[in-house]
Ligand binder design. Structure first.
Ligand SMILES: Cc1cc2nc3c(=O)[nH]c(=O)nc-3n(C[C@H](O)[C@H](O)[C@H](O)COP(=O)(O)OP(=O)(O)OC[C@H]3O[C@@H](n4cnc5c(N)ncnc54)[C@H](O)[C@@H]3O)c2cc1C
Length: 335
């Protein structure tokens, strides 16, 4: 019987596991991919936009060569953090179900069974920190499943001297277009004019430090912008788009990146009875902003699939959720 099962070893889950270890909880983290799988999947060589103090779980330890860390430096920091603190993380094991077992513990306390593809875990509390990368959003157009159409961008070198189309209006699309244009792919960024002209840093727009170099690439004719009405179809060798004025255009094309965001998979939580609501960027679980507990007592949430979209918020939430659940547990057990 665990005190706490944490689902997901991203920054939220790792910060929570560290806090649980400090509090002496018997805790396991179950991660379906690798430690910090989301960061592992960032584009190779990406420099993140957050500063060191926003990324560290405890001060010290992250020492990038420049002001901000690269994907590789950040990943190495979190992996070393897990290893050096001997956090109990099971990788490449995915949770398929969480069940409430109300009668399992004497005294009427709720407990949970967390089932994975490998084992069942009994736990007094569950912290769900599954991020929001499970379901990349789709355009739902013909040709989207062709092998040259990708829903994530990994690296640029296979596409040098090829005709690349990036569809999307946020930072991920902007960064992919920049990487591709800078490294010699003939790149078109298909974007709604409103997204291109949006400069509100609080919204999911292309941040200025990506936008400025994109504008330089435009000036030097290394990048083309296409103000999108809608995508019509992807075909082998070409993409058919409608412009913002409705004109149909067929672009010669070798590779497409559809980078229009992604959503969490909330199925497990909903099956458990956790309520959800519409957040700024999609559906989110309903939870107490102080304790991070959902309407199902004993089930906590933290990180990217809640209202916290960034790493700092994910770390703070993971930490705070565990501090609160430790307090609750002490009252419940009279410890
Ligand atoms: C390209 C890119 C660049 C970014 N740059 C920045 C940046 O500079 N600064 C910043 O603050 N944010 C940035 N972000 C956002 C940042 O990655 C997230 O805020 C952060 O990862 C959130 O941490 P998390 O722990 O909540 O979720 P995640 O890091 O997504 O971790 C969730 C984990 O849960 C695992 N998981 C999911 N379902 C299951 C399951 N059923 N069973 C077991 N494990 C499961 C996943 O594999 C994953 O490892 C960026 C995002 C992208 C895509």
């Amino acid at each position: 019987m665990y005190d706490l099962v944490i689902i997901g070893a991203g920054p939220a889950g790792i910060a929570a596991a560290y806090e649980a270890k400090k509090a002496g909880l018997n805790c396991v983290v179950i991660e379906k991919g690798l430690i910090c799988n989301t960061i592992y999947n960032y584009p190779v060589g990406l420099t993140v936009f957050s500063t060191v103090n926003e990324l560290e779980i405890i001060p010290g330890g992250l020492k990038p060569a420049r002001e901000k860390p690269t994907r590789e430096e950040l990943l190495s920091y979190y992996v070393r953090f897990v290893l050096e603190n001997d956090l109990n993380v099971h990788t490449e094991e995915f949770v398929v179900d969480i069940r409430s077992e109300p009668s399992a513990v004497a005294g009427g306390l709720t407990s949970f069974t967390v089932s994975t593809n490998i084992a069942d875990y009994s736990s007094a509390k569950v912290l769900v920190a599954i991020g929001a990368m499970d379901h990349p959003r789709r355009l739902n157009v013909a040709g989207e499943d062709l092998p040259h159409v990708f829903d994530h961008f990994r690296e640029t070198y296979p596409w040098v001297k090829k005709k690349a189309l990036v569809v999307g209006g946020g930072n991920s699309a902007g960064e992919a277009a920049l990487f591709l244009a800078q490294e010699g792919a003939e790149t078109t960024l298909a974007i709604f004019r409103g997204d291109w002209e949006n400069t509100d840093p609080k919204q999911g727009c292309i941040k200025y430090w990506v936008k400025q170099p994109l504008e330089n690439e435009l000036k030097e004719n290394c990048l083309k912008l296409f103000f999108l009405g809608k995508v019509i179809e992807f075909r082998e060798g070409e993409a058919e788009l409608a412009s913002e004025t409705g004109e149909r255009v067929t672009l010669p094309n070798d590779v497409v990146f559809v980078l229009i965001g992604s959503d969490a998979d909330l199925t497990m939580l909903k099956n458990l009875g956790v309520e959800t609501e519409q957040g700024k960027y999609g559906e989110v679980p309903v939870y107490d902003p102080e304790t991070f507990e959902t309407n199902v007592p004993g089930v906590y949430v933290a990180g990217h699939f809640t209202h916290q979209r960034h790493i700092k918020g994910a770390i703070d939430a993971g930490r705070q959720a565990v501090q609160k659940l430790v307090e609750t547990r002490a009252v419940e057990t009279g410890a």
